[in-house]
Design a protein around this ligand. Structure first.
Ligand SMILES: *Cc1c(COP(=O)(O)O)cnc(C)c1O
Length: 220
């Protein structure tokens, strides 16, 4: 049996007080979340709307649920009543829909803008140029039921540490540049394979799944 409690404690000792650990529980059963919950873990991340909604309904209400995966506009309404932070905002269209659903639910939803700086093509995430264009767009600025609280990035899937470091450094630089004017709080970068490197590059929010809960089995 995988020792969830021990794994969380180990990571907490490594990251210190100023970093938020988002425990990524996609594909994992509620019992794993309950185990983590016992040792005060409250931030959990999922990447599928349906699974996130189900787990929200079944588990303690003081859990802070993070949506970390690609989000389709037609599904925003399902998570708008309760989601704590959406990490994956990468278009005006999506931002507008989150704003609309947040307004319907009488709340302000915190979001991160997902940036992509790797060379490999990615369907998700904004280039730095597109991100800057978005935040300066009047229509985006007028959305008063969302609040940008930070940036999120996923490094290129490679074992080359130099490449990953370059990407993390680049996003950290962008974060520092925008932080004062946008009042940013979170730089979400780092997963199981690269969170230590991410921390050394300024991350203050890591999203860790398999190191805590074991490898995922998608074939089931
Ligand atoms: C699955 C996932 C993670 C966690 O991945 P691990 O390698 O299991 O730590 C982090 N971020 C995102 C966006 C994910 O989809």
């Amino acid at each position: 049996m995988i020792d969830i409690v021990k794994n969380i404690q180990t990571i907490n000792n490594e990251v210190g007080q100023n970093c938020t650990l988002v425990a990524v529980t996609k594909t994992k059963p509620n019992s794993y979340i309950e185990e983590a919950y016992k040792v005060e873990q409250r931030h959990f991340g999922e990447n599928k709307v349906q699974e996130l909604e189900r787990k929200y309904n079944e588990l303690p209400k003081d859990i802070k649920w993070h949506m970390i995966g690609h989000l389709q506009t037609n599904k925003v309404k399902h998570i708008a009543p309760f989601v704590y932070l959406i990490h994956s905002v990468d278009s005006l269209k999506l931002a507008k829909e989150i704003n609309k659903q947040a307004s319907k639910n009488n709340r302000i939803i915190n979001i991160l803008l997902q940036v992509h700086v790797g060379k490999e093509d990615s369907k998700f995430g904004l280039s730095i140029k597109k991100m800057k264009a978005l935040i300066n767009e009047p229509e985006f600025k007028s959305l008063d039921h969302i609040k940008i609280v930070g940036l999120m990035t996923m490094a290129t899937n490679t074992t080359n540490q130099e490449t990953i470091k370059f990407e993390f450094d680049t996003v950290n630089k962008l974060y520092k540049e925008l932080k004062p004017s946008l009042n940013l709080k979170y730089l979400s970068m780092g997963m199981s394979s690269d969170y230590k490197l991410a921390l050394s590059c300024g991350s203050n929010m890591i999203r860790v799944g398999s190191t805590i809960f074991g490898e995922r089995n998608y074939k089931k």
